[in-house]
Design a protein around this ligand. Structure first.
Ligand code: MSP
Length: 514
């Protein structure tokens, strides 16, 4: 399929409720997906939930309910949040689905048959309370395991291991050869360093005796699959067409490789090492390795996300309080993809009020009002080029470049700059003066047309970030055509076009803090 784009995100862990970090990643992917659709590409956007694992089992136990019920509840919270935030996903990956389990098991069986998996006994420090093995990283500054681990004992355990280290040289060569593997590019060096240090293999099983909540190994019913090995497979088990390691599938290969949007915390080792090597081991070529778009973190005054803080940054509550468009705009305009940023509601309000309520909202209001006041709402396409045309075209070009580089923040900065230029154009040309001079009627037509046409382009180009507000703007501009790539060319508003009356699209957010 020409121009087909398969976009997917990390699947959210269902151990606890969604927070702003989850919302950010989903909005980022949604904006990219919507922009690609606007460009005329066929897009398949997959997201979902990671439902297995030790922590889920422990949380369910604490609540005294079955893990299946526990994840059903948390999954519902994610689903309703994505609906509320307007996340336009095409596929939903929930790892307890039979189609996914089957795919994971087929992959395990194949790797087992090919000798990529082996059984071994390893010993280590085990926390009885937390039901997990500990590493030196879990030791306190005094070298001891802290009280939070409860009783710690030495244990030996049999498990299955995946021959990771065997593929180290291949992975280093891949990182060297594929420049587009990781975006933004500055994280490539980080991954290379981590791979250079890679030595051991990956334990991919957990004995049933201590973890029930997982996918059973197809060749040994006493074990379930380690949650990361299970979760990573979602990108292919839920891909359009569905991947099957035992049979070729043309539809799958029309869409694959995917572009995967993840946070920086899960690049190393999960996506950059485990996932790449898993794909390689099951026969994916170098050209079939996915692209990883690695975003940074929203921080909260240096504080770790906690239950009480989780409340403050509950995305559903923020959307309720300030509006979905304000939240989406903030999440896309105040962080550069790959970098970290500080989340504050004061910033959210300030950005919305400055860029949307004042700047863009004001432009729409002024332009529509003038069209009504001076021309009864009908604009003429007068001859000669407008100085706004070249600026509009430069903006469309910049947005295209930045969106394709997964940088909505830079794209929105280009839009903002253009909006400012349009407002300045009104101040400079002073249409209220020209309106008094009958011999300059054509000049006034020229100005009004340029403003309405500029607004049409702005509405179209911000529609991936602000889908509802853009629709409202286009409604007021009375532009009803389809949102397509060709609509992004200057001149879409016809001669004698009648616009609607302005009603505020971006009412100011009033708050003591603003
Ligand atoms: N379940 C795993 C991913 C498995 S992918 C096969 C996981 N889940 S998570 O719920 O902990 O995180 C989901 C995504 O949200 C990750 O990409 C993570 O980086 C992102 N974020 C979680 N907190 C975040 C912030 N505070 N800021 C930005 N994104 C962060 O990891």
């Amino acid at each position: 399929m020409a121009g087909s784009f398969f976009l997917t995100t990390a699947i959210d862990y269902t151990n606890s409720a969604p927070h702003i970090g989850h919302a950010y990643e989903k909005v980022l992917a949604d904006v990219i997906a919507r922009y690609r659709r606007l460009r005329g590409e066929s897009v398949y956007f997959l997201t979902g939930v990671d439902q297995h694992g030790q922590k889920v089992q422990q949380s369910a136990d604490r609540e005294g309910i079955a893990p299946a019920e526990f994840v059903r509840n948390v999954t519902q919270q994610f689903l309703s949040l994505w609906t509320k935030l307007g996340i336009s996903y095409d596929g939903w990956a929930a790892t307890t689905e039979p189609q996914h389990k089957l795919c994971v098991q087929k992959i395990l069986q194949r790797l087992f048959d090919e000798g990529q998996l082996y059984k071994a006994t390893q010993g280590g420090h085990y926390s009885v309370r937390q039901e997990q093995f500990l590493t030196d990283k879990d030791r306190g500054p005094d070298g001891e395991f802290g009280a939070e681990w409860g009783q710690v004992e030495y244990r030996e355990e049999e498990n299955y291991y995946f021959r990771l280290a065997e593929h180290k040289e291949w992975l280093l060569a891949l990182i060297g050869a594929r420049e587009d593997l990781i975006q933004p590019a500055f994280r490539r060096a980080e991954l290379r360093n981590a791979v250079e240090k890679l030595s051991g293999d990956l334990c991919i099983s957990r004995p049933r005796s201590r973890l029930e909540w997982g996918i059973e190994l197809p060749f040994d019913a006493n074990f379930v699959t380690y949650v990361w090995f299970d979760a990573l497979v979602n990108y292919i088990s839920f891909a359009p067409g569905g991947y099957d390691p035992t049979s070729a599938n043309a539809e799958f290969h029309n869409w694959w490789p995917a572009t995967i949007v993840i946070g920086k915390d899960i690049l190393i080792p999960a996506h950059g090492i485990y996932w790449m090597i898993m794909l390689h081991a099951i026969g994916f070529t170098d050209a079939q390795m996915p692209t990883l778009v690695v975003h940074g973190w929203w921080n909260f005054g240096g504080a770790k996300m906690s239950k009480s803080l989780g409340n403050v940054v509950d995305p559903a509550r923020l959307a309720q309080e300030y509006g979905v468009e304000a939240l989406r705009y903030y999440l896309m305009s105040d962080i550069a993809t790959g970098k970290d940023a500080e989340f504050t509601t004061e910033r959210l309000i300030a950005r919305y009020n400055a860029d949307l309520a004042n700047s863009l909202g004001n432009l729409l209001n002024r332009a529509l009002n003038m069209a009504h006041r001076y021309r009864d709402g009908t604009v003429r396409r007068a001859g000669g080029d407008s100085p706004l045309r070249a600026r509009a075209e430069a903006m469309v070009e910049a947005v295209d470049r930045e969106m394709l580089a997964f940088q909505p923040q830079a794209a929105l900065a280009a839009v903002s700059e253009f909006v400012t230029a349009c407002n300045a154009y009104i101040d400079m040309t002073a249409p209220w003066t020209i309106a008094k001079e009958s011999e300059r009627a054509e000049t006034l037509d020229h100005i009004l047309y340029a403003l309405i046409e500029s607004l049409r382009l702005i509405a179209l180009i911000v529609s991936p970030v602000l889908p509802t507000a853009a629709r409202e703007m286009l409604f007021q501009l009375n532009w009803r055509d389809e949102l397509t790539r060709s609509a992004l060319a200057w001149g879409g508003i016809g001669d004698q076009h009648t616009v609607g009356k302005p009603t505020p699209v971006f009412p100011r957010i009033e708050s003591e803090a603003a």
